[in-house]
Design a protein around this ligand. Structure first.
Ligand code: KIV
Ligand code: ZN
Length: 518
């Protein structure tokens, strides 16, 4: 299986990525991201962990029914009920895959307290069971990079004999290094009987910042599936970033002659959507998708760039979906120009959302001379379909050398209400005033402000993440006034919490099982 140069891209943004504390996405957001992944050419989408919660099950099941091209995969521990639940969720996919796993390293074996032989038997039984349900079965020895070599070979052989079609080698704790990653894959392929019948996959975490390098090294050694997430989303330091491995193989095809099915022009859009819905903003200097990845601000760089773009650019912005030259919109631009711009930016919106974005665009254009692509995308992220129970009507804040005070007017369930509150700075005063009108126990887990473009008239995008009774909701907004953006983001998160609570009841969308519990 390793003579082909085609590398399968297995995206786990919706499973390993979404599992990252605080990155929880709503059902509709998961469907949207799955559609974008499918459309971008991802080969396998790991859509969730069906037994973990009702919410995960529903999302995997709906993604399975909707997906057009990708294989839809669900995660299951090495237990029959997990595997059955997983199959139930993916059964309507045109191409379903069960991914079952167990921790094989000494530390992980100690948790279920299984001897080596007992674990080997469990692997045989569960992979056989999965294979009786579908002919596409992936098996992972979790913490493979810290599993004893002989035992690793033994259990992989058992999984292959029991019918696994993909063997995934996880570096669960981000411990390995490139040479070691390559050696491990090469030796496994050379040693394990039956290895040539299956696809070897690499699944790296980024704790030491080596996930991309480790994944590419594994591919050079014979792995033909990379497991990754958009923006490298994932627990702790995250997973291998899809955009990094894909672009590395494209740009350095001379030394890494491997192909993927990814339409790289769709990377930027999906990166922004994942950042927005997860509330995990991309660091400005992040490779490929960071705001500065294609910005050449220093004098020397600009001079070189003007003479020949290749002086400092190893890939073209268009290759990752950044519009090359873009004309800013202004206050005289009409709805048609806005619609055309959104299309250029790869964003399709419904008529109602367009109306909403247009109102915000006009308001922004009155305050800001030029409205750039990033401004428009920030407005898109800040608008949501559907009527919200709480809406901001007016906000007036006094602050500076006097104590901050916010006077707020909200429309709550159609009724206008006003409140005033003092606080430790303008944002604190504003949030307190909102809480006077809408008392709640939600805990603020994250409050983040970013400037969309340069200049003091730049819009600020604000992300807010709230947690209440185990349910998490995020809100984002953009405005040239940071305090207004903060109020709007806070209100959006409160509205989303309310929707969640009403839909599923307290705690129902919480993940009940972590994939690490056995
Ligand atoms: O990191 C890991 O080991 C995992 C497994 C479930 C494959 O995510
Ligand atoms: Zn993982």
């Amino acid at each position: 299986m390793t003579d082909s140069n085609r590398v399968l891209i297995f995206d786990t943004t919706l499973r390993d990525g979404e599992q990252s504390p605080g990155a929880t996405m709503t059902h509709d957001e998961k469907l949207e991201i799955a559609e974008l992944l499918d459309d971008m050419g991802v080969d396998i989408i790991e859509a969730g962990f069906p037994i973990a919660s009702e919410g995960d099950f529903r999302a995997v099941s709906e993604i399975a029914q909707r997906s057009k091209n990708a294989v839809i995969c669900g995660l299951a521990r090495a237990q029959f009920p997990d595997i059955d639940r997983c199959m139930e969720a993916i059964k309507h996919a045109a191409q379903p895959r069960i991914h079952t796993f167990i921790g094989t390293s000494p530390l992980h074996r100690a948790i279920p307290n299984l001897s080596m032989d007992e674990m080997a038997e469990r692997i045989h039984d569960t992979v056989t069971h999965a294979r009786n349900l579908t002919d596409n079965v992936q098996w992972s020895p979790m913490d493979a990079t810290r599993t004893e070599w002989d035992y690793l070979c033994r259990v992989i052989e058992i999984a292959i004999k029991a019918g696994a079609t993909t063997i995934n080698i996880p570096d669960t704790v981000g411990y390995t290094a490139p040479r070691e990653s390559a050696d491990l894959i090469r030796r496994l392929i050379e040693t394990v009987p039956g290895a040539d019948e299956v696809v070897f996959a690499t699944h790296c975490h980024n704790d030491l910042g080596m996930a991309t390098a480790n994944s590419l090294a594994a591919v050079e050694a014979g792995a033909r599936q990379i497991e990754c997430t958009i923006n490298g989303l994932g627990e702790r330091a995250g997973n291998t970033a899809l955009e990094e491995v894909v672009m590395a193989m494209k740009v350095r095809h001379d030394i890494m002659p491997f192909d993927t099915g990814i339409d790289t022009r769709k990377i930027m859009h999906i990166s922004r959507r994942v950042a927005t819905v997860s509330g995990f903003q991309v660091q400005p200097n992040k490779a490929i998708v960071g705001k500065n990845a294609f910005a050449h601000e220093s004098g020397i760089h600009q001079d070189g760039m003007l003479k020949n773009a290749e002086t400092f650019e190893i890939m073209r912005p268009e290759d990752v979906g950044l519009a090359g030259t873009s004309l800013p919109l202004g206050k005289h631009s009409g709805r048609a120009a806005l619609r055309a711009k959104l299309k250029d930016l790869g964003t399709e919106v419904g008529d109602n959302q367009l109306k909403d974005i247009f109102v915000r665009f006009k308001d922004l254009a009155d305050r800001k001379k030029e409205v750039f692509d990033d401004d428009i995308l920030a407005l898109v992220s800040a608008t949501t379909e559907g009527a919200d129970a709480i809406q901001l009507v007016n906000l007036r804040v006094t602050c500076g050398t006097v104590p901050a005070e916010a006077e707020i007017e909200l429309e709550i369930d159609g009724k206008d209400q006003q409140a005033t509150s003092e606080g430790d700075g303008p944002v604190d005063a504003t949030f307190k005033a909102i809480r006077v009108l809408h008392p709640n126990k939600a805990r603020l887990q994250l409050y983040q402000v970013n400037a969309v473009t340069a200049g003091t008239d730049a819009q600020a995008t604000v992300s807010v993440r709230l947690e209440e009774d185990g349910m998490i909701a995020t809100g984002q907004s953009a405005h040239t006034d940071t305090v207004v953006a903060s109020a709007l983001a806070y209100i959006q998160a409160l509205n989303r919490l309310a929707v969640r609570r009403a839909k599923v009841g307290p705690g129902a969308d919480k993940r009940e099982i972590s994939y690490k519990e056995m």
